[in-house]
Design a binder for this molecule. Structure first.
Ligand code: ZN
Length: 941
């Protein structure tokens, strides 16, 4: 336990409120609830915890925020209660539980009740903490967990399973209901709720809970983002605990949750973060038909029922199961008198990238709650207002508009009552849940068998094998079967060489493969969606993938891949090797090679050349032959030729820049994805922030390149971030708060770099530095005059573009930024909410015609218009017509490269990453001076 410094700011107010709330409890409703719960308990003569009953009554701010399912807590001889394990009742004011205590909680219960609870340590997080899943069920079910798991696996892949046999398995299999909490660390109640839920499920002898235990296998992940939970709890005890009951300063949350990302841990479509991949792997091993992810937001409990737009690749049955559960929950909780429970009008599941949606993606069912709370565990005055307090068909008993005291215990009552209700329903229809899962899995196989498309082919021989391998491995990570053609393969769509990758869609997860590989055709352009509208992998990876309608693909001779592919690179001509020429084929591993060989003198050709009968494109590396270099080239999947002498071609040194990455404190998440990519590709950098760009920082002495990833909302918010508070908010490691101060440290997270910081950026540029800005951050150099020839504008009314893929035109294909794209004229990129740029000579030179020293060059631009939307939804696409996408803007002796796209978006836009990596490799070899052709781009009409 941490020693708590109890609230100073709002304590008197808070005490008054709790006393009031306690004494104001309306006796009639309370008594009737009690009568019902007493009846439940009395039926079994169960012993209830009197201390808990008094606590929960006091900690719940109004009787209608409590239910007969959770207004009492059963006891069982020999089993410690939550309070006996943790030292406090779950839901106690100003108490949040660290993950070590959560895991201790479940392990203690396991020891006391070994037949009913079993915990597993699934994996380790980025920071070395355990990821734990606890199973709760009857003694018989816990004993046969493995048998049940194997049954579920058999049903998950029903190929070759006779129907009669399937029915036998279904009859013998319990539905496995998986519950996850704490994916979002700022959402503090779910991890508390599921602990008490686990205890109840294990201990209670109430008939409905016995039925749950007998008929359902429940598993609980008490903290999905384990690192983030501990960091948030640290921050809560350091600061938030002192927040006032009403008004006053808000201390927000810590600048980091997990190592890399915040909410985007629910958007990691390719499972790039290791601990998120661990959750997916766990899912694919156990295949629970239901994954219920509990979040915190919305008034007062929202349960997801599957609103449009619908992804037509998801089984229609899923969209009947979701409202079946959701309306049952609304019904029961309305019966208990709990207001504000509803099921429609908040989120859809168009994007397949949410973590829990891996269940829906794999023929299971994703369930989701949002439960009201105000972050942390302080009771606060809440103002309930707006549409969520209105009566609707999906919200028959809304939360009352107006002011209300809200305690974390209220949230725990809601979350737990909902979950118990859902489990109760499952226990009433256990075979239906299992049978539906089987049926959806069978439908998955049938879909690819019975109607086109029947497959996808990734043709062999594309420019960069490493990118094709990456896509295959990302598909395999999702449990999708991928084959490799054993010989040349001919179908209606063409002939493909041996070694081509083949995805046959008559497999259980064939529909997921289709979802990931096809173009997203948005069903109704008038509908909004909660996250991205597109993710098409061939576009995101800049590779060719053929959609195959010819059913013959299902019988194509091909070998199933049983492990990840890492095609070894090839070095030819070893006999004559004095030098090595490494093809710049766009592989992202090229920069890794350069860093691994950082002590060697590596050069690069400024133009294409021929050597030892091989063609090498511009940007190819040249270096002295060595065995070490050869081994690295091979292990990284690159292609090289050993050559006797240096070719006759203009060369440059590939100098490695000293790289800084700039982060705001207000918005570290999108920076986190770039950190992840740099870490994965072994690109070293310093993470710098406002403290590092204070007056006199002399950035140029330390760095050659500063990368400013996509972050915040505009230039002003990059510069000024969040306003300072009456007291500083340090983010620093201490003995008491060990997980603070990781990844960066500061004495005050508030207040940005300010104008002094902008001046330091300008000095850096004046002295020859290179600044790269991505996406929204590209407002910063345009708005603050670092790139004086560039203006940044916002889209006008009628614009809506949730992450579609759009066409761009490469205007200067010979520019080093485009090395490895091999003369490609167009490039699909993800629209990233960056600025609509306009580039021309700076206004102060407007009177002079022709070139000026600061004339920016447009290297690539968006096509714009409807025809330029390649996948997903963009309303108002005409506004994008001919807008610059990448601008090289001279500034002082240096330059700013503004990317209106976000070339490193999540673990996803690999087709754009090379734009950044090339800039790093050739940072001091980019062409200088004005372009030969005027490149001013007129704004659209
Ligand atoms: Zn959330």
């Amino acid at each position: 336990m941490r020693g708590l410094s109890h609230g100073k700011l709002g304590l008197p107010l808070f005490v008054a409120v709790v006393l009031l709330a306690g004494s104001a409890a309306a006796p009639s409703a309370d008594q009737s609830q009690r009568a019902r719960s007493a009846a439940r308990g009395a039926a079994e003569g169960a012993q209830n915890d009197a201390d808990f009953a008094a606590f929960v009554k006091q900690a719940t701010t109004k009787p209608e925020f409590l239910s007969p399912l959770v207004d009492h807590l059963p006891r069982r001889a020999g089993v410690p209660t939550p309070k006996e394990i943790l030292g406090y009742h779950i839901g106690t004011e100003k108490k949040l539980t660290y993950t070590t205590d959560q895991f201790r909680f479940f392990r203690t219960l396991e020891k006391a009740l070994p037949g009913r609870i079993k915990t597993f340590t699934v994996a380790r997080t980025e920071e070395g903490r355990d990821i734990v899943v606890a199973f709760i069920s009857s003694e018989a079910n816990i004993k046969s967990l493995e048998v049940n798991r194997l049954n579920m696996q058999r049903l998950a892949d029903p190929r070759g399973l006779p129907e009669a046999e399937a029915q036998k398995i279904i009859a013998a299999t319990k539905p496995h209901y998986h519950i996850t909490a704490g994916l979002h660390s700022g959402e503090t109640n779910p991890p508390e709720s599921v602990m008490e839920l686990g205890y109840r499920l294990a201990v209670s002898e109430e008939p409905y809970i016995r039925q749950i235990r007998d008929n359902v296998i429940v598993s609980i992940t008490p903290s999905t983002d384990v690192d983030g939970r501990d960091r948030y709890v640290d921050w809560y005890y350091a600061y938030k605990i002192n927040e006032a009951y009403e008004g006053g300063e808000n201390y927000g949350g810590p600048p980091y949750w997990g190592k890399y990302v915040f909410h985007d841990n629910n958007r990691d479509i390719n499972y790039g973060v290791d601990s998120l991949r661990a959750h997916l792997e766990w899912y694919l091993n156990w295949v629970p038909p239901i994954w219920h992810d509990v979040h915190e937001a919305q008034t007062l409990l929202y349960t997801f029922s599957g609103q449009p737009p619908q992804n037509a690749n998801l089984d229609p049955m899923l969209y009947t199961e979701l409202p079946f559960f959701a309306t049952y929950e609304v019904n029961r909780m309305t019966n208990y008198g709990m207001p504000g429970v509803w099921h429609f009008g908040f989120v859809d599941m168009w994007s397949p990238g949410y973590l829990g949606f891996s269940a829906a993606n794999h023929n299971g069912m994703l369930r989701m709650y949002e439960v009201f709370n105000q972050g942390g565990a302080n009771t606060k005055k809440a103002r309930l207002q707006g549409s969520q307090t209105t009566r609707q068909w999906y919200r028959p008993n809304p939360a009352p508009a107006g002011e209300v005291d809200w305690s974390i215990r209220n949230s725990i009552n809601y979350a737990q009552t909902g979950l118990l209700t859902a489990l109760e329903l499952t226990s009433k229809f256990p075979s239906m849940v299992v049978e539906n899962f089987y049926k959806k899995s069978a439908n998955g196989v049938a879909a690819g068998l019975n109607k086109p498309p029947h497959g996808f082919v990734i043709p062999a021989g594309q420019r960069d094998q490493t990118q094709m391998d990456r896509v295959v491995n990302l598909l395999r990570r999702q449990g999708i079967e991928v084959h490799r053609a054993s010989g040349s393969l001919t179908v209606k769509e063409g002939t493909f060489a041996a070694g081509s990758y083949v995805v046959k869609l008559n497999q259980p997860y064939g529909r997921l493969a289709k979802t990931l590989l096809e173009k997203q055709t948005y069903p109704d352009p008038q509908l909004n969606t909660y996250d991205d509208s597109a993710w098409t992998m061939p576009l995101a990876n800049n590779i060719e993938v053929k959609t195959i309608e010819d059913k013959a693909i299902l019988d194509a001779a091909a070998t199933l891949l049983t492990s990840d592919v890492t095609t070894m690179g090839a070095v030819s001509g070893l006999a004559q090797g004095t030098f090595l020429a490494v093809r710049h084929n766009g592989s992202l591993n090229l920069i890794t090679l350069r860093y691994r060989l950082k002590d060697l003198a590596v050069k690069s050709a400024k133009a294409a050349f021929k050597a030892a009968d091989a063609e090498f494109p511009a940007g190819s590396f040249l270096m002295p032959f060595s065995d070490r270099a050869r081994k690295e080239i091979e292990s990284l999947g690159l292609v090289a030729t050993a050559i006797p002498e240096m070719p006759e071609v203009e060369i440059v040194d590939v100098d490695l820049p000293r790289v800084a990455m700039y982060t705001t404190w207000a918005n570290t998440e999108k920076v986190g994805w770039v950190r992840l990519a740099f870490d994965r590709f072994e690109i070293p950098f310093d993470l710098i922030h406002k403290d590092h760009v204070q007056a006199g920082a002399n950035l140029r002495a330390k760095y050659d390149v500063i990368v400013v990833p996509h972050q915040t909302q505009n230039g002003k918010s990059v510069v000024f971030e969040q306003p300072k508070l009456s007291r500083p908010l340090p983010y620093k490691k201490s003995d008491e708060f060990k997980s603070l101060g990781m990844y960066a440290e500061t004495d005050d997270v508030r207040g940005g770099m300010g104008l002094e910081g902008v001046t330091e950026f300008q000095k850096f540029l004046d002295a020859g530095g290179l600044v790269m800005t991505f996406g929204v951050s590209s407002y910063f150099p345009a708005e603050f005059g670092l790139a004086r020839g560039v203006d940044a504008q916002r889209p006008a009314a009628g614009w809506y573009a949730p992450g579609p893929y759009v066409q761009s035109e490469i205007l200067q294909p010979a520019h080093p930024v485009f090395y490895g794209y091999l003369g490609q004229k167009t490039l699909a990129v993800r629209w990233a909410d960056g600025p609509l740029l306009q580039a021309g000579p700076p206004a102060e030179f407007a009177g002079f015609m022709g070139s000026t020293p600061e004339r920016p060059q447009v290297l690539a631009r968006y096509q714009g218009g409807e025809a330029g939307v390649l996948s997903g939804l963009m309303r108002g696409a005409d506004q994008l017509r001919n807008r610059p996408m990448i601008v090289d803007a001279p500034s002082g002796k240096g330059r700013v490269l503004l990317f209106a796209n976000n070339p490193i978006y999540r673990w996803q836009t690999f087709g754009e990453h090379a734009l950044v990596f090339n800039t790093l490799l050739f940072w001091n070899d980019l062409p200088t001076g004005p372009a030969a052709q005027p490149t001013t781009t007129a704004p659209p009409q």
